[in-house]
Design a protein around this ligand. Structure first.
Ligand code: NIG
Ligand code: FE
Length: 417
């Protein structure tokens, strides 16, 4: 026998964006370091054996895939979605675009509560089938790991229905699903006059049950003026931590109410949205090392003029990640690729910063950066081979699918284009 090591798959002659060595979430100028190298990746049993320049000759592989100089990145990680729901709301999108304000649409029976009504009347199989289609679409566009929040059930049984669907689809694969309990997404209609009663239900029954059944790793709250304000949000996050859940937070999306400081205070892994964050909030995130998860697709889809201050966050040394916020109301896309372009033109992020935000930093925001988000020996074999040979082409070419081949745990999926 040759002295070669056995591999299942060998990707050869790629432009590898390895994202560099393990050293936690990237901040400041380090967000622009892609660890680019021309080389090969050897994969066995779903794990990267080795990645580097001219390592291929040391391996005997079942299958060799020549990249011919094309870009290979880690599989994309989408750390903020509301992907389990039951119906769409394109009529609201059109109403908004013709000038009807969001609050008015909600008063006419639209908004989050419309999705809640749709979920409550949907059979689990229906939710499963439509979410499966979305996860397939994510995979085709390069997303190999996705965070999925509940939050359109707002009763114990309906939140459990959503989390079970997300869990089942994660078990089915190939896209890996990280689940988040977002029972505090809105106050359901039956608690309209009793917000405190709903917070009690979330803290006293829903969180303990979700934690006991192992349905979610994370707990999130829509911390927003008029929804769950600081005191309610803090109570819910503390209850979640006491039950053993890790916490993340929708913060400062529309109004500046101190959500970023709350996220920092309670040790949240991420503070998300942040369109309205102020200097004190930026300072708090920096001090706590909280990842800022920005969702520029939502600002774009809502047609709003003011984006999150990505440059100020990066310059202050806050680690920045990007996500789709995929949901039927405020951002209806499964693709992180369109988010790349919006982040470039509206957040003024460079291609390298964007790639860091969608791989290593997104993984760290979910506390799975030890296993996904980089190309290195021992990491999970989650990769994307792009129809591009320079990372700057990713945000530049938009409205088309540039992912050619997506690899999840060593299994290959060719993207339909
Ligand atoms: O992240 N911010 C809160 N909620 C979601 C979805 C809202 C909706 O369904 O309209 C969001 O944008
Ligand atoms: Fe959201």
């Amino acid at each position: 026998m040759s002295g070669k090591t056995a591999a299942d798959l060998l990707i050869t002659d790629a432009m590898l964006a390895t994202m560099g060595p393990e050293s936690g979430p990237r901040r400041g100028a380090r967000m622009r370091e892609l660890g680019l190298l021309r080389g090969d990746v050897a994969i066995r049993d779903g794990v990267i054996l080795e990645a580097g320049h001219e390592i291929a000759p040391g391996y005997r592989a079942e299958l060799t895939w020549p990249a011919r100089g094309r870009l290979v990145t880690p599989g994309l990680v989408d750390p903020h979605t509301h992907a389990v729901f039951a119906g769409t709301r394109e009529d609201e999108f059109e109403m908004r675009n013709s000038g009807v304000p969001y609050a008015e649409i909600a008063n006419r029976g639209g908004g989050i509560r419309r999705s809640v009504a749709q979920v409550r009347s949907a059979a689990p199989g229906e939710i499963l089938a439509r979410t499966r289609v979305s996860l397939r679409r994510m995979l085709a566009h390069g997303t190999t790991t996705v965070e999925v929040k509940s939050g359109y059930g707002l009763s114990l049984a309906d939140e459990v229905k959503l989390l079970e669907a997300a869990r089942a689809l994660g078990d089915e694969g190939p896209v890996e699903v990280v689940t988040t309990f977002l029972g505090a997404h809105e106050v359901p209609p039956e608690y309209e006059a009793d917000r405190a009663g709903y917070v009690n239900l979330v803290c006293g029954q829903m969180i303990p049950e979700v934690a006991r059944r192992g349905l979610a790793r994370w707990c999130d709250v829509f911390c927003e003026k008029g929804v769950f304000e600081i005191d309610d949000s803090r109570r819910i996050l503390e209850a979640a931590k006491a039950a053993g859940l890790d916490v993340r937070l929708h913060a400062e999306e529309f109004a500046t109410i101190g959500g970023a400081q709350l996220a920092a205070d309670v040790g949240a892994a991420s503070a998300d949205h942040l369109m309205a964050i102020d200097d004190a909030g930026i300072e708090a995130l920096k001090r706590a090392g909280t990842v800022a998860v920005l969702l520029p697709g939502t600002t774009f889809f809502l047609g709003l003029p003011k984006y999150a201050p990505a440059r100020r966050l990066i310059e202050a040394g806050v680690p920045v990640a990007l996500a789709t916020d995929f949901n039927p109301g405020s951002c209806y896309t499964e693709s992180l690729q369109i988010i790349f372009t919006i982040a470039a033109t509206q957040l003024k992020m460079t291609a390298a910063e964007i790639l860091t935000a969608c791989t290593v930093n997104a993984a760290h925001s979910l506390r799975i950066g030890d296993r996904v988000g980089r190309i290195a020996a021992g990491m999970q074999a989650d990769l994307v081979l792009w129809d591009a040979d320079d990372p700057r082409q990713l945000p530049y070419h938009f409205g088309v699918n540039q992912a050619a081949l997506v690899i999840k745990k060593g299994e290959m999926y060719q993207s339909p284009r």
